[in-house]
Design a protein around this ligand. Structure first.
Ligand SMILES: [Zn+2]
Length: 240
């Protein structure tokens, strides 16, 4: 018996398979990350059309082949193509990076609605013209993956208001007394700290701020550390 599944999903990557087919890796709402065999998808006029372009949000119908990790794709209907992001080299690079990171973070059979919804809201906001959301995304992905930073008032140990140093390994701000044993402190101004707070919960579509490079560095170091993502997945900040 094979079970038919209908689920929304995001196309993370595709690869050619045999002469005319494709295997698409899709992050689905219902069954986590799945590899879907799309028969004939590389033939002209294939019924899958543009539904398997990277970054496409679609509704997928697929069925499980017993004892196989590969599922068979029956149909792919586009819900939002995100074509606008693929037409511009800068946003295409961001889109590809985000899809690669999602492939790294997701597992077959494991769903993460918070991460899925966050990704959609960031892609939609990017398509509306706000392309500076990559660092916001990384900051929120870490939280959605179970590693929320402790950035409330004061030192994360004693609550002392004079805590300007953020420790990536401790995951929060520390006062001078509690930061003695940590040599990874990044010192932020009050404005930079406010910005980190803002990035934690502002709706992506409403985030119009530019992010200073020190804050970008902190976010990327945090994401590297907690998401086990190296520089191929999350590039370092190159701005001065
Ligand atoms: Zn303290």
């Amino acid at each position: 018996m094979s079970a038919l599944v209908r689920s929304e999903g995001l196309v993370l990557r595709t690869r050619a398979f045999r002469e005319s087919s494709k295997i698409a890796t899709v992050l689905t709402r219902r069954t986590g990350r799945v590899d879907l065999l799309a028969r004939g998808a590389r033939k002209p006029g294939s019924r899958f059309g543009a539904g398997l372009e990277i970054g496409t949000e679609g509704e997928f119908i697929y069925y499980e082949r017993e004892n196989k990790s590969l599922w068979t794709l029956s149909s792919a209907d586009i819900l939002r193509s995100h074509q606008g992001l693929r037409e511009n080299p800068e946003t295409l690079t961001l889109l590809a990076r985000i899809m690669k990171l999602l492939a790294h973070l997701s597992q077959p059979g494991q769903t993460n609605p918070g991460l899925y919804n966050l990704t959609l809201s960031v892609l939609n906001a990017m398509e509306e013209g706000n392309s500076s959301l990559y660092d916001l995304y990384l900051w929120r992905v870490a939280a959605a993956s179970g590693y929320p930073p402790r950035i409330g008032e004061g030192c994360m140990v004693c609550g002392d208001k004079n805590a300007s140093g953020f420790s990536v390994t401790q995951g929060g701000f520390l006062c001078s007394r509690h930061s003695k044993d940590h040599n990874d402190l990044i010192r932020l101004s009050i404005e930079e700290r406010r910005l980190l707070n803002l990035l934690t919960d502002v709706p992506p579509a409403e985030c119009k701020v530019s992010i200073p490079s020190l804050v970008s560095k902190l976010i990327r170091r945090y994401a590297h550390y907690y998401l086990h993502a190296d520089e191929r997945l999350i590039p370092p900040v190159t701005r001065p």
